[in-house]
Design a protein around this ligand. Structure first.
Ligand code: TEU
Ligand code: CA
Length: 516
């Protein structure tokens, strides 16, 4: 049974990358039974839901985001029975379950794509195939988000096909009625297995300009603000035609219709120009609950980055996060910083996304080239930081061989620092601060929080918030910031570290005067 109460408005969601969470059978790869066995830890933090990164059948060319059967569990991760047991256990612990939905593309081993290659025209219409130009070159200048040309020659059809990510991830034509019907059925299938919500992968890339116009050269400004790293030529053009974020936002009304009013839906944005504006478009009333952009992690959650978020978006609709299976772990190891950043994410209104292991302050691991498997990292090695670091498996035990993740050999080397783990896993460690913050959000009705004023400098940020418990002032000081004079005899929450990362949250009885 799913938790009875409706979804909280600002859920805290714990992201699990299944291959790297917990291994139950000694093959060195995390699996569903392993996740189920560790759900008490997740529920014990006080989050509302778990989001499982892709669990479906896949050649794992892109870590599971290249799917060949969206209605079946990857056999290495487990069975449908294992999945049902996971959902039942989660629900019993009061956790809702969110699944990843990769609707934008399939694996090139998907039966639809194989049939298209074999000459089935109805199946080909589910993708984007186009003839070569007369000189044999690709139909236009589009570049994939991983940086190589967005067209790959399919000699079987004497045509190119379009892919926005890896060559083995052909993009789907989401306007095709057969694709739409299949996606609708797919969402309902997982709902029939108890799933409470979905995360939509790469949703801002869903649609493209059917006239296939060339993208213009990026202006200097666009180039600096484009998604992705400067070593990736994706940044060299303005992506006006290969992705239509506003039209994709409009399309999101279909997702709502298929999933129904009670499902909690969030989308990943892969645009960075107009990122928040597009995110807001995805969250209009008949569309999704929330969307997330990469502005916060890319801006290291600096005061200016937060102010930009508050100026451009309704924070209640944007997901707060700093690390993921694609983005490096944010803990730099500076004392006090991890707790400080967690407090900042917790205090901002709206959903909060916690990546597995950040409650233990895990740092970004170093990997050697011959240890890395992620195709994106290998393509650009040693330019980085790459995506494999945050996928290094979770430690569960500071003393055990392989840190209690597996009895076998972990699929990526685990070189966590045992002394540091002992400290963070002890009572009063970082995980306890996460528990306190999550309790604070519940007790203070953070679902109703709104920022009524904000102000910042290079090393400080003040937020004046209103919840239906009253008005609150939150002050954040990065190292070097002068502490403001506030009336804080009894702060609601405070965090002060010798290294200079300090935060104070207090009731603001003065109705809006923030001394900074
Ligand atoms: O990510 C989309 C995405 O654009 C990035 O996070 C991507 O990793 C980065 O731009 C590389 O520069 C989603 C998934 O989270 C990611 O794991 C998949 O590889 C990608 O979609 C394709 O499905
Ligand atoms: Ca396993």
């Amino acid at each position: 049974m799913a938790p009875e109460a409706p979804w909280p408005k600002a859920p805290a969601i714990y992201q699990i990358y299944p291959r790297s969470f917990a291994d139950s059978n000694g093959d060195g790869i995390g699996d569903l039974v392993g996740i189920t066995a560790r759900l008490e830890h997740v529920a014990g933090l006080g989050v509302d839901a778990v989001w499982l990164s892709s669990i479906y059948q896949s050649p794992w060319a892109d870590g599971g985001y290249d799917i060949c059967n969206h209605g079946a569990i990857h056999p290495i991760l487990g069975t449908m029975e294992d999945f049902d047991a996971l959902v039942a256990k989660a629900h019993g612990l009061g956790l809702r379950v969110i699944l990843d939905q990769v609707l934008n593309h399939t694996s090139c081993e998907h039966p639809w794509f194989l049939a298209a290659l074999a000459g089935d025209e109805a199946m080909a219409a589910r993708y984007l195939f186009r003839d070569a130009r007369l000189d044999g070159t690709q139909p236009n200048n589009w570049i994939s988000q991983f940086g190589d040309p967005a067209w790959k020659w399919a000699h079987q059809r004497r045509q190119f096909y379009f892919h926005q990510f890896l060559q083995c991830q052909p993009s789907l034509n989401l306007r095709n009625p057969d694709v739409m019907a299949a996606h609708r059925d797919q969402l309902r299938f997982w709902q029939s297995h108890g799933v409470d919500g979905f995360r939509f992968d790469a949703a801002s890339s869903y649609l493209w300009n059917e006239a296939l116009a060339n993208n213009p050269v990026a202006s200097q400004w666009v180039r600096e603000h484009n998604t992705g790293e400067t070593f990736n030529p994706f940044a060299y053009q303005e992506h006006l035609h290969d992705m239509l974020p506003e039209a994709s936002a409009h399309y999101a009304a279909n997702l709502r219709e298929w999933a129904g009013a009670n499902s909690w839906l969030m989308a990943e944005m892969t645009v960075s120009i107009r990122s928040y504006e597009v995110a807001m478009a995805f969250c209009k009333s008949d569309r999704l609950n929330a969307a997330y952009t990469s502005d916060l992690p890319e801006g290291s959650a600096s005061p200016a980055t937060i102010a930009d978020l508050l100026n451009r978006a309704d924070p209640a609709r944007t997901v707060k996060w700093l690390s993921s299976h694609d983005n490096p772990r944010h803990a730099s190891g500076k004392p006090g910083e991890a707790a400080f950043l967690a407090t900042l994410m917790a205090v901002l209104p709206g959903p909060w996304l916690i990546y597995q292991g950040e409650e233990w302050g895990l740092p970004q691991p170093d990997l050697a080239k011959d240890e890395v498997t992620d195709p994106f990292d290998l393509m650009y090695w040693p330019d980085g930081p790459g995506r494999e670091g945050p996928r290094v498996p979770m430690p569960w035990d500071a003393e055990a061989p392989h840190f209690g993740f597996t009895d076998g050999k972990p699929w990526l080397p685990m070189r966590w620092n045992r002394a540091e783990l002992r400290a963070v896993m002890a009572d009063g460690g970082l995980a306890d601060i996460y528990r306190d913050l999550l309790r604070f959000r519940r007790e203070q009705a953070w679902d109703t929080a709104q920022v009524v004023r904000h102000d910042h400098g290079d090393d400080w940020l003040t937020l004046c918030l209103e919840t239906n418990h009253g008005r609150v002032t939150a002050w954040f000081g990065w190292p070097g910031a002068a502490h403001p004079v506030t009336h804080e005899e009894a702060p609601l929450f405070s965090l002060g570290h010798d290294s200079g990362f300090r935060a104070t949250i207090c009731r603001d009885d003065s109705k809006g005067t923030v001394a900074a």
